[in-house]
Ligand binder design. Structure first.
Ligand SMILES: [Zn+2]
Length: 350
């Protein structure tokens, strides 16, 4: 089953909106065939696994076990049902990683095999198999896209300056990481303010893969739950949110997120932003205003009016630094890419 998961991952770019699936055929401890679902609309993992069996090994199929990371399909989609193929090929036993949540399958594939007297085991490395396809599962289970929040900030929490244009925090290596995220999500969202300020191109340039559909979110036109339910209806399985801070904050406040990628770059003064120009570090600025009991509201500029909770407006210094959302939870994973740290958070662990 571990080998099935390895194989399945090869379909990361091509398989969606179908799930990634890997299949392995074993006879007497020897792998005689394996395959994965490479591209939506093309052959499923099981079909490719059977096709890879050499003519010499064909006769071994009745004594073989088929391992597959997701329940074989039982419906006529773009290809005929795999459960029928398995019955026809006549393997002795089938081991299934997890049940398919997709309404047209949901246990029917397994039933079809059992009806043909094939010995079926379900739930091997089940958590891992479900985790691999968490976008697919979230979409079908919660009827909304899988939501990934992604932002880059300086190590002291600055995302940019209002009206200052895009702040280049990422380095070439972390850009590749971000563009991998773009290639593996169906749509990418920015708030209208970010769209106006930064005019981001939101295309996949540093990783091979498709450009996600571009969505500019306006909270005055639609709430986030409305947006997600509309995107579900339009078949958008996964959504990458790339900011800005206020948009991220809205998703966080609603708890409508599944995954966060937080990139920590260099300190703000190295980029010449934040309060360094003014001789005060942004952190100190934040602490000082708190200590003095002066938030933006007391200065007469309610954060709501500015439409951005993370904007600290300080008339004395005439700057508006945009801070990244402050996360209170611990990261679930961390990776170093060059000098940058990327922290990963997961809302649900399975
Ligand atoms: Zn199939």
């Amino acid at each position: 089953m571990s080998r099935c998961l390895q194989l399945a991952l090869n379909g990361e770019i091509g398989a969606p909106p179908n799930p990634m699936v890997g299949a392995v055929i074993v006879c007497d401890g020897r792998i005689i065939g394996e395959g994965y679902h490479a591209r939506c609309g093309e052959a499923h993992a099981e079909v490719n696994a059977f096709a890879s069996v050499s003519r010499a090994d064909e006769s071994l199929l009745p004594q073989s076990t088929l391992y597959v990371s997701l329940e074989p399909c039982a419906h006529y989609g773009k290809t005929p049902p795999c459960a029928e193929l398995i019955v026809r090929k006549g393997v002795r036993r089938v081991v299934v990683g997890c049940v398919d949540p997709f309404a047209k399958v949901q246990g029917r594939g397994i039933q079809m095999l059992r009806d043909a007297s094939i010995d079926v085991t379900v739930g091997v490395l089940e958590q891992e198999c479900r985790w691999l396809n968490r976008k697919f599962f979230t979409y079908h289970t919660y009827c909304r896209p899988y939501v990934t929040l992604k932002w880059a900030q300086t190590s002291d929490g600055v995302m940019g300056e209002l009206g200052g244009g895009p702040l280049l925090i990422s380095n070439p290596a972390t850009l590749r990481h971000s563009h991998h995220l773009r290639a593996t999500n169906s749509a990418i969202l920015v708030g209208w303010r970010t769209n106006v300020n930064d005019s981001p191109s939101l295309t996949t340039r540093h990783y091979s893969g498709p450009n996600p559909r571009r969505i500019v979110y306006d909270s005055h036109a639609e709430t986030i739950p409305q947006l997600l339910s509309r995107l579900y209806g339009e078949g958008v399985q996964s959504l990458l949110v790339e900011g800005g801070a206020a948009t991220h904050r809205q998703f966080l406040d609603l708890g409508l997120w599944d995954e966060i990628h937080q990139e920590l770059g260099v300190r703000s003064e190295e980029l010449g932003v934040g309060s360094e120009e003014l001789g005060v570090r942004s952190e100190e600025l934040g602490v000082r205003s708190e200590e003095l009991g002066v938030g933006s509201e007391e200065l007469g500029v309610g954060s709501e009016e500015l439409g951005d909770k993370f904007q600290i407006s300080n008339f004395k210094f005439q700057i508006k630094t945009v801070f990244a959302p402050r996360l209170t939870m611990q990261p679930d994973a961390e990776e170093m890419i060059g000098t940058h740290r990327i922290l990963h958070y997961y809302n649900r662990k399975s």
